[in-house]
Design a protein around this ligand. Sequence first.
Ligand SMILES: *[C@@H]1O[C@H](CO)[C@@H](O)[C@H](O)[C@H]1NC(C)=O
Ligand SMILES: *[C@@H]1O[C@H](CO)[C@@H](O)[C@H](O)[C@H]1NC(C)=O
Ligand SMILES: *[C@@H]1O[C@H](CO)[C@@H](O)[C@H](O)[C@H]1NC(C)=O
Ligand SMILES: *[C@@H]1O[C@H](CO)[C@@H](O)[C@H](O)[C@H]1NC(C)=O
Length: 479
Amino acid sequence: MDLGRLLLAIAAVLSLTPVVCGNVVFKVHNKFKGREDRSLTAMRAHDARRHGRLLSAVDLHLGGNGHPSETGLYFAKIGIGTPSKDYYVQVDTGSDILWVNCIGCDKCPRKSDLGIELSLYDPKSSSTGNLVTCDEGFCTSTYNGPLPGCRPDLLCQYNVVYGDGSSTAGYFVKDSVQLDQVTGNLQTSSTNGSITFGCGDKQSGELGSSSEALDGILGFGQANSSMLSQLASSGKVKKIFAHCLDSVNGGGIFAIGDVMQPKVNTTPLVPSQPHYNVIMKEVEVGGDVLPLPTDVFDSGDGKGTIIDSGTTLAYLPDEVYKQLMNAIMAKQPGLKLHTVEEQFSCFQFVGSVDDGFPVVKFHFAGSLTLTVYPHDYLFQIREDAWCFGWMDSGIQSKDGKDMTLLGDLVLSNKLVLYNLENQTIGWTEYNCSSSIKVKDNSGAVYSVGAHDLSSSATLVIGRVFSVFSLFVYMLHSLL
Ligand SMILES: *[C@@H]1O[C@H](CO)[C@@H](O)[C@H](O)[C@H]1NC(C)=O
Ligand SMILES: *[C@@H]1O[C@H](CO)[C@@H](O)[C@H](O)[C@H]1NC(C)=O
Ligand SMILES: *[C@@H]1O[C@H](CO)[C@@H](O)[C@H](O)[C@H]1NC(C)=O
Ligand SMILES: *[C@@H]1O[C@H](CO)[C@@H](O)[C@H](O)[C@H]1NC(C)=O
């Protein structure tokens, strides 16, 4: 797989056939017609006045677990529309839009082995649902300017290609999204915000046909198109969120709001990156620092290491991967590795992996450390068989651009705090089955507890896959 070319992404494609516009469309369209300041901010400010209520802190209910041999992903439940219906979406910090499978979709999954019921969203069956046309502020700001050939009766379309080659295409709609506002200790009440999101009518790859299918993806990226940015620009929340992914019990904590407890050390985000990138400095295996060249994590472009909850495994540059594996294998010289499914290094082992293998520590700028225990970086495929979750990104990239990308495997069992207001990210080891303390906009501090939507789900042991949702860029050249 050529990671360098896995970029594609939100591409605006103007539909050639005029799209049927109901009254609702014109209503939205007319409201902003002729105004010069049709910026996202202006639209959100308008919505803020209309929807008035402050969300402040939000509690998302999580399910799933990061085991590559089980669900391999985490998902959240959100309500959309009036009346509200539930949708299950993969939580993904590596992409920027929320989308759900929509009515009329010819290749959307209808069934899931995750123990959840899938639904197709229908904007017409929601009294608050509106189609978004290509001349609206959301569309022009998402595509950084007016779309050539745009007419007021054409929809704002989108096309996102994820790092694993799967893709989703459709058109933007705007509707009320129900969220659980934190109103007390372990207490929430339902509230809603008006959000523009993708109505997916063409899915491909893993997204079109997977036994672990979900209704869509909730991108928690930094772009203005994300649900978080939309809520923030209408003044409902601060751009701060946290996740604690529980690989032991499944599910975990996902909250919007500033985390007061636990406290975390932080590292600055690399500026102007489409993802959450940080600067890695050193790798330590069993107490010994690997003798790596200082620029090895940079791919020469200074972009650093990507933190991505939508990725299951951990991808390291060739040089780092080789040294890391050698250092780990040095503690288990008798181990025989064999390759499973053409990509995983696996071995037979009986006993406690935490006793038999070294702890790995990644050191980041600002004295932030990520400690990864053997039970995190190894996953079990049979009673006596384990595989490494480390992947060599060099093998997958033809152009020698080795990236460093850390996914759920190493992010699990940690409280990870994304403070986009201050452009920092931080984490600390944490029991993700417990609770955290979150501050809302009024300054009140409340506990937010863990949820597991998937406790009833059937987990498919032995199936190994990885999803990674990298490189979602705007493709201006298509416009
Ligand atoms: C959304 O919030 C508004 C105002 O709080 C409320 O009137 C409306 O019923 C809510 N919609 C849904 C679907 O809950
Ligand atoms: C995102 O929105 C903010 C204000 O809401 C604006 O200042 C900024 O330019 C926008 N960014 C992009 C890339 O459109
Ligand atoms: C951002 O950092 C400043 C300085 O450290 C601090 O005073 C402020 O509270 C932080 N803001 C948020 C939202 O964390
Ligand atoms: C984690 O927290 C849960 C809930 O408070 C508790 O039942 C469990 O024992 C804790 N686990 C550990 C390892 O401390």
